[in-house]
Design a protein around this ligand. Structure first.
Ligand code: GAF
Length: 392
């Protein structure tokens, strides 16, 4: 059931494979985690607050620097030989393969004026791909951190996150917000990260469910999602339209108390009204969850999570039948709360449960999937883990 695949555990194998590929050992090995988001969904590109925590699953990179303007890339997770490119040839929008993530980071570092002159990189990841758990951000952040160390750039976690977001927005071409990269770079073990995406200020909120007899399950529906496809971008544009119509910089600037008046002003812009309602109510749910966690009333966050799912399903419309089935089944079977996590359109849901109910809930979800004819989901426990770090 529980699955711990931390970077430290695989560092030796990744180092050894690097040696085989490139003929000498790497200068170091780094790890950066995937994440789940507890609350604050689709608020990060509306300047709102979010609360992700890091998974034990990590992308691991063995890296050496080069000084000849060449970048060599290899992944243990892709059946392909080493890819070699020159740094001067890196051009946004031209690479449609996995290599766009690490290459995009190198491009973003150089575009920001950092004198990166090349690298040999071998990557291996235990973050499930396409499962809404930030496998892409983990790849970006691990490469950024390795190059930051090797080139002694002295960048802070939030600065690395910004560069990685730029790589993904411009080089890869996916219009994502800043949450996933910041989570991977800045999360701490045993904590959720309360992040204000407007100014990137952060607070580590203790989040130790096991100490209180609870667990948080991740249910990967195995429905693949992709942010470079259109629906995510459409939501983002719709939110920007809402902000423009309401005369604010970002939807974050609409206080919850003013929501009804704002919706009234939007008149018959039905789709924009739904998007605005989700973002403003989700911002309020983040505030509520932080207040409950800080007052020690952890169980009470359950219904807030479930309300967040209803909003993502009905107003923001980024859920899918498999995610809805996880949430409905888990809540009916006695979970404290459940919601989809991440961008949606597939991917994973989280279930907050009493420790004693975990097996029964897992069985209920698996049976519901079998009855519906859906692919068997992957269920594992999420323990808040460390952010990006050097492991060897
Ligand atoms: C994806 C994006 F990458 C994040 O920036 C965020 O918008 C999330 O979807 C939705 O909250 O993970």
């Amino acid at each position: 059931m529980s699955e711990t695949i931390a970077g430290e555990a695989v560092a030796g194998a990744v180092e050894e494979r690097f040696r085989q590929l490139y003929g000498a050992g790497p200068q170091g090995v780094w790890a950066a985690p995937g994440r789940v988001n507890l609350i604050g969904e689709h608020t990060d590109y509306n300047d709102g607050c979010v609360m992700p925590f890091a998974l034990p699953h990590t992308a691991v990179a063995a890296v050496s620097r080069r000084d000849d303007g060449v970048l060599r890339l290899h992944s243990a997770d892709v059946a392909a030989p080493v890819v070699e490119v020159t740094l001067d040839s890196l051009t946004p929008g031209t690479d449609k393969n996995w290599t766009a993530y690490p290459a995009g980071v190198v491009w973003a570092l150089r575009e920001a004026g950092h004198a990166v002159t090349g690298a040999d990189i071998h990557l291996a990841s235990t973050v499930p791909a396409g499962a809404g758990l930030s496998s892409s951000a983990a790849l970006e952040v691990v490469v950024a951190l390795a190059l930051d160390d090797l080139y002694e750039l002295g960048l802070r976690g939030w600065q690395l996150a910004r560069l990685c977001q730029r790589a993904e927005n411009v080089y890869v071409g996916a219009p994502v917000g800043i949450m996933d990269q910041t989570a991977s770079a800045c999360c701490e073990s045993g904590h959720a990260l309360f992040l204000d995406t407007r100014d990137l200020s952060q607070r580590q909120i203790p989040f130790d469910l096991a100490a209180e007899g609870m667990r948080l399950l991740v249910v990967d529906t195995r429905v693949k999602h992709s942010h470079s496809e259109g629906e995510y971008g459409k939501r983002r544009v719709g939110c920007e339209q809402g902000a423009a119509l309401l005369g604010v910089d970002a939807l974050r600037d609409i206080p919850y108390a003013d929501l009804d008046a704002a919706l009234e002003r939007l008149g018959d812009e039905e789709e924009v009204r739904r998007l605005v309602r989700h973002v403003v109510t989700e911002d309020a749910r983040v505030d509520r969850v932080v207040a409950l966690l800080e007052s020690g009333d952890t169980r009470a966050i359950g219904p807030v999570l479930t309300a967040g799912h209803a909003s993502l399903r009905d107003d923001f419309r980024v859920s899918c039948p498999e995610l809805d089935l996880v949430v409905d089944t888990a809540v009916t079977a006695g979970a404290l709360g459940a919601r989809m996590t991440g961008g949606g359109f597939g991917g994973s849901a989280i279930v907050l449960a009493e420790e004693a109910d975990v097996d029964a809930l897992t069985k209920a979800v698996e049976e519901a999937f079998a009855t519906a004819g859906f692919t068997t989901p992957r269920v594992f426990e999420a323990v808040p883990s460390a952010g990006a770090r050097r492991v060897a």
